[in-house]
Design a protein around this ligand. Structure first.
Ligand SMILES: Nc1ncnc2c1ncn2[C@@H]1O[C@H](COP(=O)(O)OP(=O)(O)OP(=O)(O)O)[C@@H](O)[C@H]1O
Ligand SMILES: [Mg+2]
Length: 199
């Protein structure tokens, strides 16, 4: 459960988040809706502490992310999957390397285990035969799906998606919505395919 209490954030005296409080309950998919420029991305980045808010509390199961030391923050970040608004794939890494990146950063998996899990994650988002391609060589919808594959690579407890279907055609957009819905349900339960080191 994530609870945010009275958070405020201004940029150069310009208030963007003005006393926001809300609750994101376990097992639920929550949507944040607002006009362009209203502060959705700032709110999301504040929740995961990529932006430091000026005031308020951001509680992950009762623990305030704002007060966590580096070690605890790193541990919590491993439980988060992020799909950024622009996809935020590494341009110089291939599709497979992008998905593998969190495993390289945070796990002691062997090369064989990583390769197998990269295959699983890409397969889950219906990307086939594109492992060796670079982000500039795939379509916008594919980039979003690779971004989702990377976000689920560590079997996250929290999945944050910032406009995962913006800029896509209506059909692809619905496919991505459905994919996120399915993945959210899958992430709630233990899975056979998931290697032990991810728990
Ligand atoms: N690092 C920053 N420094 C200064 N202003 C910022 C910064 N980040 C965001 N802003 C401002 O905060 C406001 C909210 O931006 P944000 O990106 O959160 O909007 P949004 O609701 O996500 O919009 P969109 O739907 O277009 O993605 C904007 O006016 C933006 O210019
Ligand atoms: Mg945004």
């Amino acid at each position: 459960m994530i609870e945010i209490k009275n958070i405020k954030k201004s940029f150069e005296e310009r208030p963007i988040l003005k006393d926001i409080s809300t609750l994101f309950e376990k097992g639920k998919t929550n949507l944040i809706i607002g006009q362009s420029g209203s502060g959705k991305t700032v709110l999301l980045k504040s929740i995961v502490r990529l932006i430091e808010v000026d005031e308020g509390e951001i509680l992950f199961d009762g623990r305030d992310i704002r007060r966590m030391n580096f070690r605890d923050l790193k541990q919590l970040r491993q439980e988060m999957g992020m799909v950024f608004q622009g996809g935020a794939l590494f341009d110089s890494l291939s599709v497979a390397e992008n998905v593998r990146f969190p495993m390289d950063m945070f796990t002691n998996m062997t090369n064989g285990e990583k390769n197998k899990h990269v295959d699983f994650c890409l397969d889950r988002v219906n990307i086939k035969g594109a492992h060796h391609l670079f982000p500039s060589e795939i379509s916008g919808g594919m980039r979003k799906r690779v971004s989702i594959a990377r976000a689920i690579a560590l079997n996250p407890k929290y999945l944050f998606c910032d406009e995962p279907n913006s800029g896509l055609d209506p059909v692809t957009s619905i496919l991505i919505d459905n994919l996120i819905k399915e993945i959210t349900i899958e992430l709630r339960k233990p899975r056979d395919h998931c290697p032990d080191f991810l728990f």
